[in-house]
Design a protein around this ligand. Structure first.
Ligand code: DGJ
Length: 648
């Protein structure tokens, strides 16, 4: 037989066996906080719509081979003083669940109790609300359902605890692996706001029983995840808070891992088994506005960031911030992370350190913002530019810093700081701008400006004021064109006007040509990309750390003319209920073209927390090109697969 054919046949057989094994893996479905109610809700909490979402969820789950489906409590919202109405809602929700092909298991949540324990016992077919079961389709696994309310709201009784301890001990003895289901999460790291009242005794039992692999909860509708020792703590997102989307998951049990496939708002993850020594959980999706843990399980610290794709890896450079308001100045420098899939990031340490020398331009406690890095193919060097404000001078200096490294993760060596384009007029300078008299100049130098939108600033010739010493440069980005030319785009003239400036061939200085664009439009946070020969800009307005409406523009050449397109954002961030008028509570920082996927780009934003800078969050959203420009639609959770689907 022909050798390549043999090899292919063997490969096909191996693949087929692998697929068959995967197909045989036990799986189950989980839905949390359906919270149906035949009543009005709010923008995000849509009680009535839950029924329709439940229908679609049942359709999807019916298309899968599942050992069972479990709902994690709060099947209804209920009415505290109207038991019959609560029961009627319960009947309706149960009616929809009855279409499930797989057996349904129930967890009782605090809202379910509005229907009364008696009705719940009857209608859910439960003798009591804590119980354990096994499934022939999932040999070696034991499932334990806890009642988080049997001694009050979010409180587990002593009797139930004793039962739980005995159940776990027996499972441990029998060599079973255990998954626990309860309405209430246990850990703050897995549910920021709503948890079991006194979780210590439960956690002690989990700790004492290595057979426990997971604690599945609902209750906190925005979800969460944490691993503590051998236990994966999953808080599933609530179906009631997924209007226009959905939220449920399928879990597949493999020998060494549990694979979570999330639908709608629910993320996807690979949860490794094998105790504390198991590999870290692998994220398979982006989760916006949440803590984004790195390889050390620490929230990524790379704010105002920029990404570089080099030799098959992505590098994420950003402002390292410390806790509290103190974090708004630089105590460490620029942090860098590395990733191959964009979801999971390894902390590579400090790429550019601030200096301990108080005389240095980048002395500790300077302001060092929005670092961006390019690889220069001619010199082989990695070049970083950033917005720099000198120590102790607030935002007055308005300088740009430049640093260079031999390797993408650095260390970068700081070269110098400067005000761009000293002694150079922009390409689109007017005769009037060039005609400033020395007396006018003197008068202008004595004035101070607010740095935010106002009517006074546009009346003054700031371009000429800064001609000799160099132009102000605050919020900035870099853009590398197809021909290898690189551009520095920065907010100038007291933030009133953006400049686009060509860098020298080695990217280390300004080449000379530059233009003023969006005159007196107060653009900040610029980010650029190119598609089909057209240049696209994403930016914000100028309101300090507070969010404002995003802006978009398009141009046939980087030099312009630029046409404003309006706000590209669509949708609402359920975590803060902010929509396009506040850019989901965030501010743009970068546009990342996705390697190997033409036309796929990701818009990166920062959700600043100036009172506790280190806790700033990230929002990454697919940027979809349209005939006119582009849109950025809010997604709670998403993965790169969205780029495979036709554009909506
Ligand atoms: C908004 C800018 O976009 C940020 O980078 C930062 O400079 C803040 N202003 C400071 O208020």
């Amino acid at each position: 037989m022909h050798r390549p054919f043999l090899r292919h046949t063997a490969l096909a057989l191996l693949l087929a066996c692998g697929l068959a094994r995967a197909a045989e893996r036990p799986a189950f479905g989980v839905i949390a906080d359906i919270q149906y109610g035949d009543k009005e809700g709010s923008v995000s909490r849509d009680y009535r719509g839950s029924l329709e979402r439940l229908d679609r969820c049942v359709d999807t789950l019916n298309g899968q081979r599942l050992a069972f489906v479990i709902q994690l409590g709060d099947l209804i919202d209920g009415y505290p003083t109207n038991r019959p109405a609560s029961e009627a809602d319960l009947d309706r929700a149960l009616g929809r669940l009855s279409r499930l092909k797989a057996p349904i298991r129930h967890v009782v949540g605090n809202h379910c109790l509005n229907a009364g324990a008696h009705a719940l016992t009857r209608k859910l077919g439960l003798e009591r609300f804590f119980y354990t079961f096994t499934e022939p389709a999932a040999p070696g696994w034991r499932f334990v359902v806890l009642d988080g309310n049997d001694a009050g709201y979010g409180v587990i009784s002593e009797a139930q605890l004793a039962w739980f301890g005995e159940t776990l001990a027996r499972a441990q003895q029998a060599g079973e692996r255990v998954l626990c289901f309860c309405h209430f999460p246990l850990l703050k790291t897995a549910a920021e706001h709503h948890r079991m009242a006194k979780p210590e005794a439960v956690l002690a039992l989990l700790d004492a029983h290595p057979c426990v692999a997971g604690w599945f909860a609902g209750h906190e509708h925005t979800g969460g995840y944490a691993r503590q020792r051998h236990v994966h703590h999953l808080t599933l997102r609530g179906l009631v808070e997924a209007p226009g989307s959905t939220a449920f998951a399928r879990f597949e049990l493999a020998d060494d891992r549990i694979l979570e496939t999330g639908f709608g708002n629910e993320p996807s993850r690979e949860l490794f088994l094998g105790g504390a020594a198991a590999p870290r959980t692998r994220r398979l999706s982006f989760e916006n506005g949440r803590v984004w843990p790195d390889d050390r399980s620490v929230h990524i610290n790379a704010h105002g960031g920029g990404l570089l794709h080099h030799d098959g890896a992505y590098y994420w450079y950003g402002e390292h911030k410390i806790a509290g308001k103190a974090g708004n100045v630089a105590h460490v420098g620029v942090q860098v992370y590395r990733s191959h899939d964009l979801y999971n990031w390894t902390n590579e340490g400090v790429a550019l350190a601030v200096s301990e020398d108080p005389a240095s331009d980048i002395a500790k406690t300077c302001v060092l913002e929005r670092p961006k890095v390019l690889h220069n193919a001619q010199t082989g060097k990695f070049v970083m530019w950033f917005h720099l404000e000198l120590k102790g001078q607030g935002y007055r200096a308005a300088r740009s810093g430049v640093a260079v490294a031999d390797r993408p993760a650095g260390p970068f060596t700081f070269l110098r700081s400067l005000r761009p384009n000293a002694g150079v007029w922009p390409r689109n300078v007017t005769a009037e701008q060039q005609a400033l008299t020395p007396a006018d100049l003197d008068r202008l130098k004595g004035l101070t400006f607010s740095g935010g939108p106002n009517e006074e600033t546009p009346k003054h010739n700031l371009l000429a004021r800064d001609f000799a010493g160099g132009q102000m440069a605050r919020d900035m980005t870099l853009f590398q064109d197809d021909d290898g030319k690189a551009y520095h785009i920065y907010s100038s003239e007291e933030n009133s006007t953006l400049h686009i400036a060509l860098l020298s061939d080695d990217y280390l200085s300004h080449a000379g040509p530059y233009v003023r664009v969006f005159e007196n439009r107060w653009h900040e946070a610029p980010a650029l990309c190119k598609r089909g020969g057209r240049y696209y800009l994403l930016a914000s307005g100028c309101t300090g750390w507070a969010p404002n409406a995003a802006r978009a523009a398009v141009a046939p050449s980087i030099w312009g003319p630029w046409t404003e397109l309006g706000n590209p954002c669509v949708g609402v961030n359920p975590l803060n209920r902010l929509g396009p008028e506040k850019t989901f509570g965030a501010q743009s920082t970068f546009i990342l073209p996705v390697a190997g996927r033409p036309d796929a780009a990701i818009a990166l934003f920062d959700l600043w927390r100036p009172d506790n800078a280190i806790d700033g969050r990230y929002v990454w959203l697919p940027l979809r090109f349209t005939d006119e420009g582009f849109t950025v639609v809010w997604r709670d959770t998403w993965d790169l697969g969205v780029f495979d689907a036709p554009q909506p």
